[in-house]
Design a binder for this molecule. Sequence first.
Ligand code: KG4
Ligand code: ZN
Length: 349
Amino acid sequence: MALILGIESSCDETAVAVIDGAGTTLAARIVAQRVASQDEEHRPYGGVVPEIAARAHAETLAPMVGAVLQEAGLTLADMDAIAATAGPGLIGGVMVGLVTAKALAMAADKPLLAVNHLEGHALSARLAEPGLAFPYLLLLASGGHCQILEVRGLGQYRRLATTIDDALGEAFDKTAKILGLGFPGGPAVERMAREGDAKAVPLPRPLLGSAEPHFSFAGLKSAVMRAHDAGIHQTADIAASFQQAAIDCVIDRMRRALAAAGPATALVVAGGVAANAALRAALTALAEEAGLPLVAPPPKLCTDNAAMIGWAGAERLAAGLTDPLDVIARPRWPLDPDAEPVRGAGVKA
Ligand code: KG4
Ligand code: ZN
C-alpha cells in the first residue's frame, strides 16, 4: 500500500481523501473521501466570496481530516505522505489547506506533496482509468480554466489552447445568473437545458472555425443577456441554446487541437464542467470520429475533490517529487509555464 492523505481547499469545496496509490482499481484507490460544499455560505452573494471561503475551510478542514482517517480505519502514522493543493486558486483557502498539510507532515514526520490543483484535474483520468497511459489530449474545463493540453507525463504539459476571456464554467455560471437559476450555475443550467429546445434561440459560436486555437465565451454570454432581456424566449430554451452553442465551440476547438497535437492514447476531459452530460456525449462522438477512446472520470471526480489531489500526490511520491516544508502557496500556477500569453487572458492562471 502507498497511503496518501489528500487535502483540497482552493475554491469553495473543502475536501479530504485517503488514497492508496498501489490500488489497481478506482474502488481500491479511494480508501475514504469527503467533500463539503460551501454553496449555502456563498449563495446569498451569487458567487464565491474568498474571505468566506477561507474561513469555512479553516472551520471544516481539521475535523474532516479526523473523520476521513477514522472512516478509513487508519491514523496519520499509517500515511506515507501528506498531499495538499498548493495553487492555483483563492489564496486564503489554498493557505488553509497547505498549512494544515505542513503541520500534519511535520507532526507525523511524513513527506509533504505540494500539488498543482490543475495537475490534480489532469491526472484524475489516470485515477479513474488505471490503464490510461501518457500522452493524452486533455480538455480541462472548470470555473477558472478552459484549456486544451497535451499531457506528456507527470509535470509535462503543452498548452495548445486557452480562453481569451471567460472560462467555460464561468460562462455557465454567468448564464445561470442572467437567467436567475441561482448558484452554483453549471448544474442548474444543465437541468434547465433538459427542458428546452436547443434550436429555439439563435446564439453566436465565437471563434468557430477560426485558425487560432483558443476559446472565447464572453460574446456568447452577452448574447444570452440580450436574448433574456428581449423577454420573448422561454428560460429553458435560452439555457438549452446556450449549452449547445458552448458545446459546439468546444467541439470545434477540440477538433482543431486533435489535428495540431502529437500522437495521443486517448481524449480526456476533466474539471467541473466535465460533469455535464451533454458535453460528455458530444465528446464521445468526437472521440469516436478521431478513433480514440474518451476517458471522462465519474462526475464526482470532475468537480473539485481531494481524491484527485491525493492521487496526483501518489504519482509524485512514486516519482520522488516531494516538497520542503517552506513551499509556498501560489494564486497562479500554470501547467505549461512556457505557453505564450494570449490577448485578454492576463487575469487567469
Ligand atoms: O473544477 P471545479 O469544481 O472548480 C474549479 O476548479 O473551478 O469547476 C467548477 C465549475 C463551475 O463553473 C461549475 O458551474 C461548473 O464547473 N460545473 C458545471 C457542471 N457541474 C459543475 N458546468 C456545466 N454543467 C455541469 N453539470
Ligand atoms: Zn477545480
